[in-house]
Design a protein around this ligand. Structure first.
Ligand SMILES: [Mg+2]
Length: 415
């Protein structure tokens, strides 16, 4: 099973996706997701210029050796561009191996450990009535766990909150009108305003209102987008304890994980982190000191299925579970890879799920199903995703950026 072709495919069915397609001498095709939201073409260049020439002629069965060759062999290790590129290769090789075996990929990872992967959806609203409508909409769609994001009085648009500007996303009949599409197509990022003290004052009342409206049982999540200092994060975690969150996500900037010690000292609200981490080493201190409860790394940005399986096994030693990042900038290929891994591992926790647009689902024909709030991977051999070149060619790349966040005095802030 020798690799004879490696193609880097870019398509933009509503948002930009980068896909690696490997073809072998026996006619098998494997796909990998290399999408890095807002920096897509950097990964295209990394793959095209430096990885594709090394893949041609290699034995596609040698997944571990290829991973080590691309990671250690490059000398320059880690970083989101490098790891998204390696991830696409690793995922495509697993897809190929499972197709060669005639088995759905999860069977090669130990087989099924559960009937499906429980998901959470994104409810949001500028105010409480809009937020409640969004929660009800998600419950009607079948979601059994819900992330809560709201506008903050006195601030304009807030990241993670759907607005009238993107309400048209519901027009395709698949994406909820309440889903927030994070990247906007423009020559430069949109800038948003932020005031942490206003946010900290507002959030406990939001969760109290949601609990009063929807009862004690519904699992609720919240994402702080890396915006808080350690003591602010501790305060938020403690103030939300009465509302029994499933998790509080990304409370502090990801570069300095040691600060979570301070947060942990003050609150029993479960913590999730890691969607911008790239390697197992980013988690070492967090796992060994048991500073977090859920791992957010997706297959697409952590270097593929091979290293993410290793991260989850390491996490399991400390009773830490998976909670994989899954917004719409993880392509259907990346999502399928996450589900094959999630259905197999012993310490699955929850899977983030924003529905892709109808246009995206036409480019990537995926056998994933959504039943009773759970996603279930395809029973087709491999990942169970097919890429349609004809449909993809209709959607040309267009620059798109995530917003930039500024404090009220104009300073650039974290998110
Ligand atoms: Mg997040």
């Amino acid at each position: 099973m020798q690799i004879i072709s490696a193609e880097v495919l870019v398509s933009s069915p509503g948002r930009n996706f980068v896909t690696l397609r490997l073809t072998t001498d026996d006619g098998l095709v494997g796909l990998g997701d290399a999408t890095l939201n807002g920096r897509e073409l950097a990964v295209v260049a990394y793959l095209t210029e430096h990885v594709v020439p090394l893949l041609l002629g290699r034995d596609a069965h040698r997944i571990e050796d290829t991973w080590q060759y691309l990671y250690r062999g490059a000398y320059w290790r880690r970083g989101p561009v490098t790891m998204a590129a390696i991830s696409a290769v690793d995922t495509a090789l697993w897809d190929l191996k499972a197709r060669a075996a005639g088995l759905p990929l999860y069977q090669l990872l130990g087989g099924r450990s559960r009937v499906g992967c429980l998901t959470y959806g994104h409810a949001s609203g500028a105010d409480l009535p809009e937020l409640f409508d969004s929660v009800r909409d998600h419950l009607e769609q079948g979601f059994r766990a819900i992330r809560i994001q709201t506008g903050i009085p006195g601030l304009g648009s807030v990241y993670g909150v759907a607005s009238s500007a993107n309400a048209a996303a519901g027009a395709d009949g698949v994406t909820s009108r309440y889903d927030h599409e994070p990247a906007r197509r423009s020559a430069a990022p949109v800038e948003e305003a932020w005031d942490t003290r206003a946010y900290l004052r507002h959030m406990p009342g939001v969760f109290e209102a949601v609990r009063n409206e929807f009862g004690p049982e519904l699992p609720l999540l919240h994402d702080a987008h890396h915006r808080l200092t350690p003591i602010q994060a501790a305060k938020l975690g403690r103030s939300l304890e009465p509302f029994d969150l499933f998790w509080l996500e990304d409370v502090t900037p990801a570069e300095n994980t040691a600060v979570l010690r301070r947060v942990r000292e003050h609150t029993t609200t479960p913590l999730a982190i890691g969607e911008v981490f790239n390697t197992i080493w980013d988690y070492r201190e967090l796992f060994e000191e048991q500073l977090v409860d859920y791992v957010r790394s997706p297959v697409t940005h952590a270097g593929g299925i091979t290293p993410l399986r290793r991260i989850f096994d390491y996490a399991s030693v400390y009773q830490i579970k998976s909670g994989v990042h899954g917004p719409t900038d993880i392509s259907p290929v990346g999502l399928a890879a996450s589900l094959h891994l999630g259905i197999a591992i012993p310490n699955f926790g929850i899977q983030e799920y924003m529905r892709h647009s109808a246009a995206t689902d036409e480019v990537f024909r995926s056998g994933v199903t959504f039943v009773d709030g759970m996603l279930v991977p395809s029973e087709e051999p491999g990942l169970g995703v097919e890429y349609d070149d004809d449909v993809a060619s209709r959607y040309e790349y267009a620059a798109a950026y995530l917003p930039v966040n500024r404090l009220l005095d104009g300073s650039v802030h974290d998110w």
